[in-house]
Design a protein around this ligand. Structure first.
Ligand code: ADP
Ligand code: ZN
Length: 293
């Protein structure tokens, strides 16, 4: 029986899984993300113990995804101590001559949701996580989008809301990007820890406006058949009806699709595989390279 090692590498934790080709999960390990020196050896031991035949890695970013680039498989400009320009893929592969696949955590999540989750059977879907950061993966025409680097949906620029007490947001790079305005820390910078706020707080009206602006921009550029919103902030389920209504309002009748006009409740949806969409995506990436071998 061939085994696939899967890793969802996050800024706070590493989730590792061992899967059969058919998708049966044989083992799981979760580790805190410390420095590479503290974290990588335990991950290597886990994959070694299971003698995996392929590896699929879904990583926090930004990452280098161009197989022709010398730094392919590296985490690039992260502020996380020790991880800047760190060659994650080669550190995990080591001397093992096994096929490996590497992509962003959110592309992997988009793949998993499209192949086996909320968007099962659809060729076009976007997955966005709204948590400590905001990031998105795009599945388009049955393929994950990479392009020049990889999509950075979290840094899309938005129009500030007139009632926002912090309209520039908290992103160190951009004035008014999605992550700066709508991540958990952005909510926290305005009104304190979002987890403690009531559903009808202004915080969530602003949040819904910003995430609806993001959805509108995605609809108008990528033309997805479904938008999946996951992550910690989206556990505040009151956001879904607010975002859907605001998205329809902002589109203002321009997109004449029943998916938007009649079935918005099934168009902007939570993930089916939360909180391990990314791990399932890593498994799918690993399975694909194993079977292509
Ligand atoms: P990460 O992005 O680090 O992987 P999560 O996706 O779990 O982690 O997101 C964590 C963020 O989600 C935190 O900023 C937290 O304040 C926020 N969050 C978690 N639960 C809620 C909630 N019920 N309402 C609003 N924000 C929440
Ligand atoms: Zn930004």
């Amino acid at each position: 029986m061939r085994k696939i090692g899967a890793l969802e590498a996050g800024g706070t934790k590493m989730v590792l899984g061992i899967f059969t080709e058919a998708g049966e999960e044989l083992d799981r390990l979760t580790l805190p993300t410390l420095t590479p020196d503290e974290t990588i050896p335990s991950m290597r031991v886990f994959f070694d113990q299971h003698a995996v035949d392929a590896l699929g890695i879904a990583s926090f970013g930004p990452v280098s995804l161009d197989p022709a680039a010398p730094d392919y498989g590296s985490v690039t400009s992260t502020p996380k101590p020790g991880w800047r320009d760190y060659p994650l893929l080669s550190a995990l592969r080591g001397e093992r001559a096994i096929p490996c696949a590497f992509d962003t955590d959110v592309n992997a999540a988009a793949l998993a949701e499209a192949e086996m989750g909320a968007a099962k059977g659809l060729t076009d879907a976007v997955y966005v996580t709204v948590g400590t950061g905001i990031g998105g993966g795009i599945f388009s025409g049955g393929m994950l989008v990479h392009g020049l680097l990889h999509p950075e949906i979290g840094h899309m620029l938005l129009r500030p809301h007139p009632d926002d007490p912090n309209p520039h947001g908290v992103c160190p790079y951009h004035d008014g990007c999605v992550e700066g305005l709508a991540s958990g820390p952005a909510l926290g910078a305005r009104f304190g820890d979002a987890k403690n706020l009531p559903d009808d707080h202004l915080a969530f009206m602003l949040e819904a406006d910003y995430l609806a602006q993001m959805c509108v921009n995605l609809i108008l550029t990528v033309s997805p058949k479904m938008i999946i919103l996951g992550g910690g902030v989206m556990q505040r389920s009151v956001l879904f009806p607010l975002i859907r209504a605001r998205t329809v309002e902002l589109l203002n009748g321009y997109v004449q699709s029943p998916a938007i006009l009649k079935h918005i409740d099934e168009y902007i949806v939570p993930p089916a595989l939360y909180p391990i969409s990314g791990l399932w995506g890593a498994y799918l990436l690993g399975k694909k390279v194993l079977q292509e071998q």
